[in-house]
Design a protein around this ligand. Sequence first.
Ligand SMILES: [Zn+2]
Length: 566
Amino acid sequence: MIDDELRENIKKIALQNAIKYNGKASSKIVLTRTLATNLEFKNKINELRTEVDKIVREINNITRNEQNAEIQKYRIVTNVIKSNTKLPPLKNLIHGKLKTRFSPEPNGYLHIGHAKAAIINDEYTSMYNGEIILRIDDTNPINEKLEYYNAIEEDLKWLNIEFNNVKNSSDDIELMYERCKQLIRSDAAYVCTCQREIIQTNRYKKKSCGCRTNTEEQNYKKWNFMFNKYKTGEAIIRFRGDMESNNTVMRDPVLFRISDGYHPILKTKYRVWPSYDFAVAIEDSLDGITHAFRSKEYELRNELYYKILNSLKMRKPEILEFSRLELKGIPVSKRKIKSLIESKKISGYDDPRLSTLRSMKRRGIVPISIRKFILSLGFTKSNTLAPFDVLESINRKIIDPNSIRLHMVKKPKKINIIKIPFKKIHLHNYPSTNKKRLVTIHENFYLEYEDAIKLKINSKIRLIGIGNINIIKIESDCIYSEFIDDVLDNSIKKIQWVSENAIHKLKITIPKEIFINDKFNEDSLVEISSYTETHYLKLNKNDMIQFVRFGYCRKDSDEHAIYCHK
Ligand SMILES: [Zn+2]
């Protein structure tokens, strides 16, 4: 069934596509992109196609200005807290003319650090009613995979970020070649055929190589050889910077190199690829970006960014830096994560111990918490190593009203209670509403071991929802007790229980810090087999639960829940 939500989704995709292609969306592309996230329509493709065709017709019939206005509406509707932030105002900006970009490389999954960049861009876009584009920075074929392109889009969608346009840097590779030729012609770039080690030593010693004196004609010839004659590593294009500069980035940096890697989209069509520095400067300028945000470790590269654009007489965006964000004890380095996965220390990029968006989603951190958390840290330049509990306390406030309260015991200890005057009781699902669930009870229950071992003969405890009981006898396999009354007495300890005839066995995974003082924490994932109520089975996957006196968890499956936080 095609519902309103799906229709809206198709409309958004059609608008993005229309804006990308001069106001005319392509039914075929819109259909493919819709299918990618709605696989259930694979067998009902005709039904979906009819709807897509209809929507694409509508979109193509309105003007480009109207299309732009429509897509802006989506941004405002779908984003939750916007413009209400502590981000400092931007300078050199005409209201309504802001254009930002988020440009991740498709070489891994997005993590909290990427989320910071994406959210800052998104918030500014809302503050100034600007435009934001997603540009997948895919000019390094060796590390890039198609699965990451898709994952990036999915994860950003989860973060509630809508883009006015989605593109790949590799779309513009021919334009980048043109700019490179322009640099060669104006003698601002040259081909260097020295060995990598020699280039490195020369850079260190602030020494130029002979290639620097190539004539324009020689450079041009060698540039052409890069496409067919030279092998990988035999020739690079270098920017004529300053070999004596104190900024090492400026010592004739690489603009293009040969890479025979298989590109996820362009396959083997190209082998000469721009460096990050070249691609980002050209693309930002060509895309009309007014303000480019990047993290502080790129600060030294700003000089090069502007020099490249100056040499080409191209428009220069304003660059702004923000500090890098990591969570304490959680690695973000791809190399570290890869080695943890390869050595089977973690299960994958969605392992709940990581700070990838996928991990956080599995754990039960919601997108709005991530946004609030990032904005709460502000725009400081000093690197932030934030403790997880700051994010935790923000998330708790948000998920609490919608987390069902269930009883669970980690280490069950049997208790027999006689004289309970009822067979069924109602337990409150949420503290703020009157929704209740019915639990059938008999004589036998389970208590948490930690609670049970503290019990003494003739002591009183209160079982939540049932009432006060008195302990009569304690044996190794069972505790015997009797019901007294239901009178609320605050001096009596209240504990949770599960009824023997309504038990569901549940595995709960508890993620902890992966690294403690840079050493892998062997106890970073604790698994417990618990008893909870059968009501758990009625919940949907992804539902949040607050297990009473334990903490918040997310339902991963009927058999498995993941601990989120206290
Ligand atoms: Zn050289």
